[in-house]
Design a protein around this ligand. Structure first.
Ligand code: SF4
Ligand code: SF4
Length: 179
């Protein structure tokens, strides 16, 4: 009989303790954010999504070399001697056509190491974290603004230059023959 009343006492006490916790939380401000309607303010210098201002990129590939997980892939083609690709916003000459500048954010570990060596500060972290994708390949972001046709044309020109150089070297190496 004693055990019976003890069980009833414990059941009622447990309910009252639980209700007490609920009651206490009725009078404290809520900390839950109704995302995506409400968004938390991120601290300054948060590392989220990388961005490249491609107009300021000189194609030096220092960011690509600094990346510990190889998620940056850059292809460049040297400009012709008489070709002027213009200047960056901090006055640096652009010596290369940057025909590919891809960053695979699915591999990125947000270490920020790629941003430090950039001489024009054109690669940087943005506060944008809402870029989830169903297809992982959509996380490979492309920053080059060259069309496939322009890239093909530049590659053709480069191949012709190399062939001409090789032919010139071969001709220079030939011994003159006596008539
Ligand atoms: S933040 Fe780190 S991992 Fe991501 S691209 Fe830059 S260097 Fe690579
Ligand atoms: S370090 Fe800067 S300028 Fe050099 S390739 Fe990377 S983004 Fe372009």
């Amino acid at each position: 009989m004693r055990e019976y009343f003890k069980n009833i006492y414990e059941a009622v006490a447990t309910i009252l303790i639980g209700m007490g916790v609920t009651l206490r939380h009725l009078f404290v401000p809520s900390v839950t954010l109704q995302y995506p309607k409400e968004k938390i303010e991120l601290p300054p210098r948060s590392r989220m999504q990388l961005y490249v201002n491609i107009d300021d990129c000189i194609g030096c590939r220092q960011c690509e070399r600094a990346c510990p997980v190889d998620c940056i892939e850059i292809d460049t083609i040297k400009a012709d001697k008489d070709e002027d690709l213009g200047l960056t916003s901090n006055g640096k000459k652009k010596p290369f056509h940057v025909t590919r500048f891809d960053i695979d954010m699915s591999k990125c570990c947000f270490c920020n190491l790629c941003t430090f060596p950039c001489p024009t500060e054109c690669i940087y972290m943005t506060p944008d974290f809402e870029y989830a994708q169903e297809d992982r390949s959509n996380l490979n972001f492309h920053f080059s603004n060259y069309t496939p046709e322009q890239v093909a044309e530049l590659q053709k020109r480069e191949a012709e230059k190399k062939a001409a150089l090789a032919a010139a070297k071969a001709n220079a190496g030939k011994k003159p023959t006596a008539n």
